[in-house]
Design a protein around this ligand. Structure first.
Ligand SMILES: *Cc1c(COP(=O)(O)O)cnc(C)c1O
Length: 375
């Protein structure tokens, strides 16, 4: 089976991990700081907190943003559940704004319609690496005094109007799960330009426990520490961060290969009227985390099953979040986002990752064309 996504681990990545295993630090230490520096200098953002995964990154971002009970946060339904779950972790209420049927990203006009007196923040998700319409989203956020937290799990290396994703909004999160642009096995990071948000997330990552005399209410002696708020153990290990540092050096090479593969797909499918290929917004560069096609004239389920049977590890990104049983039984049973449901019914993600060979891609292309002729 050719998978839809896969990590690329090379000898120097392995060597970097082995070296940490022989060092003094296994959990968060010097490699974590070095990894934060690497992603900061790549994206151009001022502060970074490396954390256990992309979901805890979103949780930390919502915590830093002060989201709590009574607050509504607007996000997209066409995303991984974590983009909305993070709001629930903080006691807030996710509100789903529909997507733009062309880009599959959150539609600013529908964000505007969903704003109430309770709205506190917006969480746009750069689906498949394609940047959202950030100028428009920021304009809405400014007008309504809302925070913007970008879920950049797909978008490390994506560019919006000449600026890398990671510097545009109050907070941006990344994920380093194996299928994401780079991997640390499990891992995540939050980027911000605000020192106060940075300090809150640093504490949050490790139980909100501090030894800083400036933050403590008193001290009984040199052993003393205090827990200031309810935090978690969301620490990332130096073992993971050593892999991350090594992977960051390859990010641009990975992105270039993804782009090349996408061009091959686009070229191959250009004249096929049964396939809608991904739309690219002007002034942006996608990191191409996913290659999502629509097959609107076919039974998607049949096409999907046939492709899997023929060894093509296709996938679907995503089932609209509010359709999950948990959301259905927690007040979302009447929620409908028309465009998201329509797009969901036609999409299939084809294999896309730096290690996909030209031969494998040709097999995917031929199998897709053949399947669409037969089904
Ligand atoms: C992968 C992903 C996450 C969560 O990241 P993890 O590292 O798996 O916790 C969040 N949002 C989106 C859009 C993702 O694809």
């Amino acid at each position: 089976m050719i998978p839809y996504g896969r990590q690329t681990i090379e000898d120097d990545d392995i060597q970097a991990v082995i070296e940490v295993l022989k060092s003094d630090f296994l959990t968060t230490g010097p490699k974590s700081t070095e990894f934060e520096e690497a992603v900061k200098s790549y994206t151009g953002s001022r502060y970074a907190v490396a954390i256990s995964n992309g979901t805890s990154a979103l949780h930390a971002a919502c915590y830093a943003a002060g989201i709590g009970p009574g607050d509504e946060v607007i996000t997209t339904p066409l995303t991984f559940a974590a983009s909305a779950n993070c709001i629930l972790y903080c006691g807030g209420t996710p509100v789903f704004a529909d997507i733009d049927s062309k880009t599959y990203n959150i539609d600013p006009a529908d964000i505007e319609r969903k704003i109430t007196a309770k709205t506190k923040a917006i969480i746009p998700v750069h689906l498949a690496g394609q940047p959202c319409d950030m100028d428009h989203i920021h304009e809405i956020a400014r007008r309504h005094h809302l925070l913007v937290i970008e879920d950049g799990a797909h978008a490390l290396g994506s560019v919006y109007k000449g600026r890398k994703i990671g510097t545009l909004s109050d907070l941006t999160t990344f994920s380093f799960h194996p299928v994401k642009p780079i991997t640390t096995g499990e891992g995540g990071m939050i980027m911000t330009n605000h020192e106060d948000l940075y300090q809150r997330m640093l504490l949050f990552r490790s139980h909100c426990i501090t030894r800083d005399p400036k933050l403590m209410t008193r001290s009984d002696g040199p052993w003393f520490y205090q827990q200031l708020d309810l935090g978690y153990n969301y620490r990332i290990t130096d073992i993971q961060c050593a892999l991350g540092i090594s992977q960051m050096k390859k990010l641009d090479r990975f992105l270039a290969r993804r782009k090349e593969l996408v061009q091959n797909y686009n070229e191959a499918f250009r004249d096929n009227k049964d396939i809608i290929t991904p739309y690219q917004m002007e002034g942006t560069e996608s990191g191409w985390h996913l290659y999502i096609i629509q097959v609107p004239h076919h039974d998607r389920k049949k096409v999907f099953e046939q492709l899997r049977e023929k060894g093509i590890g296709v996938n679907v990104h995503y089932i609209p979040v509010y359709m999950h049983p948990y959301y259905q039984s927690h007040g979302y049973e009447k929620v409908h986002c028309k465009n998201a449901e329509e797009v969901y019914s036609h999409i299939i993600s084809l294999p896309l990752y730096p290690g996909l060979t030209d031969e494998e891609q040709s097999r995917v292309i031929e199998t897709v064309q053949e399947t669409l002729r037969q089904v």
